[in-house]
Design a protein around this ligand. Sequence first.
Ligand SMILES: NC(=O)c1ccc[n+]([C@@H]2O[C@H](COP(=O)([O-])OP(=O)(O)OC[C@H]3O[C@@H](n4cnc5c(N)ncnc54)[C@H](O)[C@@H]3O)[C@@H](O)[C@H]2O)c1
Length: 376
Amino acid sequence: MNPPVKIGIIGGGLMGREVASALARWFMFENLPVQAELFAVCDLAEKQRDWFRQIPSVKLVTADHRELLASREVDVVYVAVPHHAHEALYLDVLKAGKDLLAEKPFGIDLRAARVIAEAVRESGRFVRCSSEFPFLPGAQRAWQMARENKFGHVLEVHSGFHHSSDLDPTKPANWKRQTKTCGAIGVMGDLGMHAVHVPFRLGWRPKRVYAQLQKIYHERPDGKGGMAPCDTWDNALLHTDVDIGGHEVPVRFEMKRLAPGETNSWFFEVLGTEGGVKFSTKEPKTLWTFQRGKEQLWEKTDLGFQGPFTTMTGGIFEPGFPDCFMQMWGAFLAERAGKLDGRFGCATTEEAVLSHELFDAALRSHAEKRAIPLGN
Ligand SMILES: NC(=O)c1ccc[n+]([C@@H]2O[C@H](COP(=O)([O-])OP(=O)(O)OC[C@H]3O[C@@H](n4cnc5c(N)ncnc54)[C@H](O)[C@@H]3O)[C@@H](O)[C@H]2O)c1
């Protein structure tokens, strides 16, 4: 077995800590030909840095990302910082000759995504973009069924990600609510990659988009007794046309911060004349499949724990967010080692740029109240 791949994290907030958790349980993978350990962490905030000091494998903790990138021991860097900081940090990681698992949306806007993509190409480094929900067993089954074209003439597709905590007007503002740090694409930057990853991987490329975007709360408590402006889009419905099986099919992408009752619901649904599939993290172990026979049947299957990378976890146990996040890391490092072996891989640079092309067109569509063609 080769020595462990040493990981560095830049941005030790919500997502940086999830990576620490995934790497700390690496021994749960069965037969994964790659070992990994968290070696270095960088965050501007002392409180965040301190949290990582409890992890025995962490040998370098710094407030300066250049110090982390200068370490010859770091092989791969995960960057999870606000969107306005993606471009500069991703470019620095590539310049330092490290491989990169980038967070979505892969730059604050389309221009930044294209600059990063060009730098990835020039560097020759292995780079992927984070998107973990497709690694859940239900999502995997739905992806396989779509890949095998089990639906007859596809009638429509819905793919989306819904949150609800922003319904509370007293929820404080943060960088995700402001255009200068989150980006003009707002909720599409936050949740959009999650919605497009599986359809894009199936080769379903929107030909045009008609977008409906909503801003609901224009200010929120700033956490210091005052109010802060919130100028990002909260909800986005992207109605697109996609060629599937030789037909033009309506594919709707939904990204919402204000979806009543939906704490963190990722879903993917395909409906066709012969069959259909629905999976949502709201019912994390349930796969719904449709069959049209003499009678029309929606069947409900209880799935077990089978991710693309087998683990020691009991086969009947329920998977959750930390599990699909760990599977995504398994996929990233297996693909980096040339050992993906046909399994589902992380979102690519090309898919990330395509997502920005869609979101950029959606902004124009909403402003001009018309469908915008996409070049493909
Ligand atoms: N894959 C997912 O499911 C998922 C979920 C949430 C967020 N995200 C993405 O992850 C990224 C970070 O989001 P988050 O929710 O973890 O944010 P967060 O605010 O919780 O954490 C960001 C951290 O980055 C640090 N930071 C900012 N600039 C830095 C710099 N120059 N050097 C070092 N540290 C710096 C901050 O101090 C903070 O601790 C974003 O791109 C976001 O879209 C992904």
